[in-house]
Design a protein around this ligand. Sequence first.
Ligand SMILES: [Zn+2]
Ligand SMILES: [Zn+2]
Length: 200
Amino acid sequence: MEQTALILIAVVLLLVVILVGFLTILIYKMFRENKSFSGQPSATPPGEAPHPDISKSEFHPAILERIKGLEKVKPKRADLFCPNHTEEPGETMCAICDKLYCKSCIKPFKSLHFCKEHLPLIMRHDWDEVITIKTSTHDPEQGVRLYDVKKEIFEHHDLPTYIETHYKINVDQDYIETYLVLYAQKELTERVREKIQDKV
Ligand SMILES: [Zn+2]
Ligand SMILES: [Zn+2]
């Protein structure tokens, strides 16, 4: 009977020793990972850190992970916010540059909205129709293409244009026709017409 009890105690002791050993290895591993983690920020070039004064090594690894995640989201976030006010959500799109601006940065003019940079451009120039496209809900593709081309000639050829939507009631068949009209500065209409040729 006494022998069985001794064997039992020996087995329990062995188990405890194994458990302690296992835990020690685990803690040691965690400690090493922590060390290599806190060493990382100093390894990155100083120019890359957006907040150079905050020492990231002071943060818990989980928080660091969260900060890294937030930094990845940043470019996307910037697109949603006003280019002039990073805390204000962009709500309305400028009809010339297609960027989203906050309420204080965009003004209505005619049926459209324009940013502070492009409102004077609209007011100081004469604008002429370049092309008119009839769209329908069954075939929206051509209209979508017009918006793509408009964006492209602004970004790549520096030609500002805007698109107005016109509605016409078709009395005979009793439905509303939708037209997209592309406008350009009077003196630039020929250049714009050349650029959009074959594309719309
Ligand atoms: Zn604009
Ligand atoms: Zn703004």
